[in-house]
Design a protein around this ligand. Structure first.
Ligand code: IMP
Length: 182
């Protein structure tokens, strides 16, 4: 079955806009991380597509790893994050760039960054494709970000609704009726 575009409200960020912004972020990160052999640590599953494009826009030596955390809404205690599947890389002494698809309340990213500091990383910074600042419940400002967006539930470019739409090339808002019926 094809992706059902009738469930989508509108395009929030187009494929061309994403491509241009990823290129800009990659150039900036190349300058900042040159000679530091960073670990680019993607948060699964949502960051998978962004990581794939971002690392190819960074023209430096780096390593890629992934970590999977407890699903959205599972932990509401800042500083606490459940690791479902850990990364392989020993992070002590390493420069870690955490990559996520979207920062919403900020709880996931804040908790993960605290965990990585506790593991002795030399530096921990964050890069997110999308930021919904109006939804923040904890103090957290991503170090690098693609786009600030309004408060809508979005899918595509790695982001899902119930595992659907991760493979869209653009970021779209989903119709309210799609997630209101469940
Ligand atoms: P936070 O801890 O509230 O910042 O949640 C971040 C995580 O929630 C992201 O990594 C996504 O997996 C998920 N999330 C938040 N907003 C959206 C959305 O609009 N679409 C899809 N996933 C979302």
């Amino acid at each position: 079955m094809r992706n059902d575009r009738n469930d989508l409200e509108k395009v929030i960020v187009s494929e061309a806009e994403i491509g241009q912004r990823v290129k800009e972020l990659g150039e900036r990160l190349t300058g900042e991380y040159e000679g530091r052999n960073p670990v680019v640590l993607g948060i699964l599953k949502g960051a998978n597509v962004f990581v794939a494009d971002l690392v190819r826009a960074m023209d430096i030596e780096l390593q890629i790893d992934f970590i999977m955390l407890a699903s959205y809404g599972a932990s509401d205690t800042p500083g606490e994050v459940r690791v479902k599947m850990d990364c392989e890389t020993e992070l002590a002494g390493r420069h870690v760039l955490v990559v996520d698809d979207i920062v919403d309340t900020g709880q996931t990213l804040k908790a993960l960054m605290e965990l990585l500091r506790m593991r002795g990383a030399a530096s921990v910074r964050s890069c997110v494709l999308l930021d919904k600042p109006s939804r923040r419940t904890v103090e957290l400002e991503p170090d690098y970000k693609g786009f600030e967006i309004e408060d809508a539930f979005v899918v595509g470019y790695g982001l899902d609704y119930a595992e659907r739409f991760r493979n869209l090339r653009e970021v779209c808002a989903i119709k309210k009726r799609v997630y209101a019926v469940e």
